[in-house]
Design a protein around this ligand. Structure first.
Ligand code: ADP
Ligand code: MG
Length: 314
């Protein structure tokens, strides 16, 4: 099977409507944004051996490749519209491709995302997606809007994916019955699109957690010129995390990657609106004028992290 047959067989689906004037098959796609909307555009690459293991299930990889990109749209409060797939394959493996495409399109359909183009090359396995969404002018959720006194909130349960990775790598095996949940969180993250949309006009600052809660919160704090105090007792927990030694659970919650939850700040006066959000959220602490991140353990002692999250070059 050649490059063009491959594209036709696995990555060409009817893309009528959904703002695709011309999809896969020409030199460029032609897209029609809704009148007056701003485009939110982001790209993320997943490389074999770095972001995933070569024998991970292809259906999960197709899902995750799109999910991590949609997560960035969620973090901006954007409505997903279009995706472009840059695929690098060592060889054509049709069963692998069919499963990868299935995982990708299943998530795309759930969020009405149209695959409008891409590129296919031979080389070490990797896939980069570019996704585009729309947001009304002035309503995008930025990292720069957190203010002293705001509450620091997070969706879902950060740290479960990290526990799943430790299990997957054999570094810390989870009890039977809990491993499945943690691996699900690692391999099939759910982009918090509906939450991002609901946070428009409510959150003062927002980011998605891809490289560790503490590090990603640090980006919000630096962009906003503020600091924060977090109470470790208020980090959301779960049976998976409760099964780990306390210190290890904290480290997964604060520094593990792959969570794809939204971390955001909300003016304290609007805390009453948090219960009505489409995804459960937890309040972990408060924004302070003093720069830096201060962590307090349940015994009242200061807790320090030697590493705040994932960095490809450190
Ligand atoms: P060009 O050489 O003009 O860049 P290509 O031969 O790379 O065009 O691609 C042909 C068409 O197939 C284009 O519309 C491109 O967007 C699409 N395409 C290529 N690879 C993929 C892919 N992996 N997924 C979706 N569309 C793809
Ligand atoms: Mg061309």
């Amino acid at each position: 099977m050649g490059e063009f047959d491959l594209i036709k067989a696995y990555f060409t689906r009817p893309a009528h409507g959904g703002g695709v004037v011309l999809g896969v098959g020409d030199d460029c796609a032609l897209l029609q944004p809704e009148p007056g909307m701003q485009l939110a555009v982001t790209t993320d690459t997943l490389v074999s051996g770095i972001h995933f293991l070569p024998d991970d299930a292809p259906r999960d990889l197709g899902h995750k490749a799109l999910a991590v990109n949609l997560s960035d749209l969620a973090a901006m409060g954007a409505t997903p519209r279009w995706a472009f797939l840059n695929l690098t394959l060592p060889a054509v493996d049709e069963a692998w491709l069919a499963a990868f495409a299935e995982g990708l399109f299943a998530l795309a359909e759930r969020h009405s995302v149209r695959l409008a183009g891409g590129d296919t090359t031979r080389g070490p396995l990797s896939f980069g997606l570019t996704v585009m969404g729309e947001v009304p002018p002035g309503q995008a959720l930025l990292r720069s809007g957190a203010r002293a006194g705001d509450l620091v909130c997070v969706s879902g349960v950060p740290g479960e994916a990290g526990a799943g990775l430790a299990h997957r790598l054999g570094r810390h095996l989870l009890p039977e019955g809990l491993a499945g949940r943690a691996l699900q969180r690692l391999h099939r993250p759910e982009p918090r699109i509906e939450l991002g949309l609901a946070l428009r006009g409510l959150a003062s600052g927002c980011i998605d957690i891809s490289d560790g809660l503490a590090q990603d919160l640090g980006h919000v704090l630096t962009s906003s010129g503020v600091g924060a105090a977090l109470d470790l007792a208020c980090l959301p927990s779960s049976p998976v995390l409760d099964a780990l030694p306390r210190d290890m659970a904290w480290r997964h919650q604060l520094t593990a990657g792959d969570d794809y939850e939204l971390l955001f700040t909300v003016p304290a006066a609007r805390a009453g609106l948090l219960a009505g959000l489409p995804t459960p959220v937890s309040v972990m602490g408060v924004v302070e004028a003093e720069p830096g991140l201060r962590l307090t353990a349940p015994d009242g002692q200061a807790f320090t992290l030697e590493r705040k999250g994932h960095d490809h070059f450190i």
